[in-house]
Design a binder for this molecule. Structure first.
Ligand code: GAL
Ligand code: MN
Length: 365
């Protein structure tokens, strides 16, 4: 009898425990889900630089899911050549060692890419700075941009300038516009460059994040020459600097080498050397990185040091420890100063030759 009771007792207790743990599990599932969700985009993601780990930790902010670059939906019936698993570019590497695409002409089919991204219909912000004599570059940049840059997609050019009168009247295609943002002038080109990070941080925060899904930071002294299309879009896309993309040991990269600077990268470390003249990605990821460059250079200024290539040095440190999702070949930023080798099949955008002494408030290279 006693035995029977305790058997029944054990059974009942077991069933009770089972129900109780089920209930606790369901409850926890329900309360933890909201915390794993991203916070809304208009709230600032908190970024924390972990100096020991050299990574930047942040709360994530969502992009409208349908506009994520991983969302690769193509329409039925599209006609294009069959892709091969065996043939492709053999003269260049088209994948990084963290498995990100390294984009060159011939590594993508524009028909496929354009179909995918036109249905995604992203809003793309381009931030450029045109202060002092640099307003002269606006016309060529904007006119050529309308011919080649993300054609068919919605683009807003955010022009930071100290001279609104000098912004030219350029006819833009449908869905594309210009927003002018007044900024003060500066006396040293280094300050001009760094102030771009400050104004961009403030303006993304106040305005751009409500108007765009993707953001590109670009230098104004350049002209588009060929397609710069949606193949360039990703969560974070970095462009290989044309001057250091081949036959150079990582210790020869012009990284910041003084440990006193926040941009310091020790010898023996490094993947590539990236340019700061073109970089882009999801709005919130870009916000985090622009703000990082701003804050790290402010920190340097407090310690009376300026990184060797200003924001480019901070950018390179960031990308070393927070790998970009796509690496774009130097086709995505060439320079009229250099003749391209046979690996550069076409130049998509190129920096103009300019008289530095004449165009910059304090000269210099
Ligand atoms: C130059 C470029 C600079 C900087 C430098 C790095 O060609 O104009 O902005 O990127 O290379 O060495
Ligand atoms: Mn430049």
């Amino acid at each position: 009898m006693l035995l029977n009771i305790s058997k029944a007792h054990i059974l009942v207790s077991f069933v009770f425990l089972l129900i109780l743990s089920g209930a606790i599990y369901t409850y926890l599932e329900n309360i933890t889900i909201p915390f794993t969700f991203c916070q809304p985009c208009h709230e600032n993601p908190e970024s924390v630089v972990d100096e020991a780990e050299k990574r930047v930790e942040t709360k994530h902010c969502p992009l409208d899911d349908s506009r994520r670059s991983g969302n690769l939906i193509m329409k039925a019936g599209l006609s294009y050549p069959q892709p091969s698993t065996l043939t492709g570019r053999t003269d260049v590497n088209s994948v990084t060692n963290w498995n990100a695409p390294l984009v060159w002409e011939g590594t993508f089919d524009p028909v496929v890419i354009d179909d995918i991204y036109s249905r995604m219909n992203p809003r793309v912000a381009v931030v450029v700075l045109a202060v002092g004599k640099y307003t002269r570059f606006l016309k060529g940049f904007l006119e050529s941009g309308e011919k080649y840059f993300l054609v068919g997609l919605r683009v807003t050019y955010y022009i930071f300038t100290d001279n609104e009168q000098d912004v030219p009247n350029v006819t833009l295609s449908e869905g594309r516009k210009i927003t002018i943002l007044p900024v003060p002038s500066a006396k040293r080109w280094q300050d001009v460059v760094l102030s771009k990070m400050k104004w961009a941080t403030v303006t993304i925060d106040k305005q751009i994040r409500n108007e765009a899904d993707y953001l590109f930071m670009m230098d104004i002294d350049s002209v588009f020459h060929n397609r710069f299309g949606a193949e360039s879009l990703s969560q974070m896309s970095a462009v290989l600097h044309r001057g250091f993309y081949k036959n150079i040991n990582r210790d020869g990269f012009p990284y910041e080498r003084r440990p006193e600077s926040k941009a310091y990268i020790p010898a023996g470390e490094g993947d590539y050397y990236y340019t700061a003249a073109v970089w882009g990605g999801y709005l919130e990821d870009m916000y985090r990185l622009v703000k990082y460059c701003y804050e790290q250079s402010e920190e340097d200024a407090k310690n009376n040091i300026e990184a060797v290539w200003q924001e480019e040095s901070h950018l390179n440190k960031y990308f070393l420890y927070n790998k970009p999702a796509k690496v774009l070949s130097p086709e995505y930023l060439w320079s009229d100063y250099d003749a391209p080798g046979s690996d550069i099949k076409l130049i998509r955008i190129s920096q103009l030759v300019k008289d530095y002494a004449e165009v910059r408030p304090n000269g210099g290279q």
